[in-house]
Design a protein around this ligand. Structure first.
Ligand code: NAP
Ligand code: HSE
Length: 428
């Protein structure tokens, strides 16, 4: 195709995702003019260390100077794949204020500073797209914001952390304990050197905050999300879950209820017949419920060089089309409500409670009494194993207020016949 306009871009970062984006721009070079109606090229690549060897990247594009990009009027799209809050936040703000469109994969930033960045994009008539910030290669931001915009969405529940899903899968299928499965995830490169953000649920919490804001049209930030990780889950819990026809998954749950928004990340027993229960290894999935679409699920790779670059490229192509048709800033922030966010003590759930108690007559009756006095009704007592001199009890409750369950737990813990509360896990 001849006489096409050139859309020039700058990459901020050439690590895992940046390298993937660079590769896809090269790989799609011949196709992009047909898809967009313009040529697309990377003019500069910002890095920390210009001397580092970067396989496949034209070294003449590298710069360690932000001014080379922000002051370059030819650059119309800035692709932020550096990560972290600063200087990413400042660079994105400056880019938007200079009238440049921005694509980012940065969940940490969008989950905490999303509003100010989206406001700046709107004021400047620019696009700010962030598809890759949630669930890597899985399209979910655009479906929530556009394809499902005709719905009143009431639930967005996801397995949005591949590292923890890999660990739980190994515990479930190979009987590994948490530490062994984490070591394997580290060896295979799924888990970071410091896996805290993954195993404590913070990474998933950021993604759930972003999804909830878009799905429920009301701003939710990472600070609003209750997070609980998977470090306390044992293969024993998983065996009990299986006996009940369930898997244990780290779920990011966002619900839009009549009394406010619930946003939380924690392990959950989920029945095997739920589509999320079959999501294994490092795969991600997001389950959505809307009043018109009913149930829908999005499944795929939540991280990695090319899957994440795939989402970034989709955004880049969208921006380039908007540039072509002079309609940048077409879709802005859609948080037009201000819904209350519920505390974790205000949610209702079923609970799985595993404990060690004295193996004596009347103990189970006294536990049932403590639960009953706090309005917690028992759905089933599923097992009673003997461990040394104690009995292992697993109790499943009906759906109850979390505060009531927490109060009951305090009084059960105080009983002289209670040796240990081993695990408490919510049930989907
Ligand atoms: P990464 O491999 O650590 O790469 C970061 C890149 O940014 C490096 O090239 C680094 O330069 C550059 N950089 C960092 N700080 C800089 C600064 N102050 N000035 C200039 N350059 C700087 O990170 P990544 O895994 O690609 O992740 C990038 C973003 O994508 C993050 O927001 C992450 O959350 C998000 N994301 C990643 C994945 C994934 O699978 N990795 C999935 C979804 C979303 P040097 O090379 O010189 O050090
Ligand atoms: N650490 C994340 C995961 C990938 O394990 O899913 C980046 O979002």
């Amino acid at each position: 195709m001849e006489n096409l306009r050139d859309v020039k871009m700058a990459l901020l970062g050439s690590g895992t995702v940046g390298t993937g984006v660079y590769k896809l721009v090269q790989r799609q070079k011949e196709e992009l003019p047909y898809k967009i109606g313009a040529n697309l090229s990377i003019k500069k690549v910002l890095v920390r260390d210009k001397n580092k060897k970067r396989e496949g990247i034209d070294s003449s594009l590298l710069t360690d100077c932000w001014e080379d990009i922000i002051l370059d009027d030819e650059i119309e799209i800035v692709i932020e794949v550096m990560g972290g809050i600063e200087p990413a936040r400042t660079y994105i703000m400056e880019a938007l204020n200079a009238g440049k469109n921005v694509v980012t994969a940065n969940k940490d930033l969008i989950a905490t500073h999303g509003k100010e960045l989206l406001d700046a994009a709107e004021e400047n008539g620019c696009d700010l797209l962030f598809e890759a910030s949630v669930a890597g290669g899985i399209p979910i931001i655009r479906p929530l914001k556009q394809c499902l915009a005709g719905n009143h969405l009431t639930e967005v529940t996801g397995i949005v952390n591949g590292t923890t899903n890999f660990i739980l899968t190994k515990m479930s299928e190979e009987g590994m304990e948490f530490d062994e499965a984490l070591a394997l995830a580290t060896e295979l490169g799924y888990a970071e050197a410091d896996p805290t953000a993954d195993i404590e649920g913070y990474d998933a919490g950021r993604k759930v905050a972003i999804m909830a804001s878009i799905a429920f049209n009301s701003r939710v930030t990472f600070d609003d999300v209750y997070t609980e990780g998977i470090t306390h889950i044992s293969s024993r819990d998983i065996q009990y879950a299986k006996a009940m026809g369930c898997e244990i998954k780290l779920l990011g749950v966002a619900r839009n209820t009549d009394t406010g928004i619930e946003v939380r990340v924690h392990p959950m027993l989920i029945p095997l017949n739920h589509p999320l229960a079959g999501v294994k290894d490092s795969f991600n999935a997001v389950f959505v419920h809307g009043d018109a679409v009913d149930d829908a699920m999005f499944y795929g790779r939540g991280a990695g060089e090319l899957p994440t670059a795939s989402a970034v490229m989709g955004d880049i192509i969208d921006v380039a089309r908007d540039i072509q048709y002079h309609c940048c800033g077409r879709i802005h922030c859609t948080c037009y409500k201000n819904l209350p966010i519920k505390k974790i003590t205000e949610i209702e759930s079923k609970y799985f409670l595993r404990m060690l108690v004295a193996d004596k007559p009347g103990v189970l009756a006294r536990i049932a009494d403590k639960l009953g006095k706090n309005n917690v009704s028992i759905a089933q007592v599923i097992q009673k194993n003997k461990i040394n001199d104690h009995a292992e009890l697993v109790v499943i409750t009906d759906s109850v207020l979390e505060q009531n369950f927490a109060d009951a737990l305090v009084s059960i813990r105080e009983m002289d016949t209670t040796k240990e509360i081993s695990t408490v896990i919510r049930v989907y």
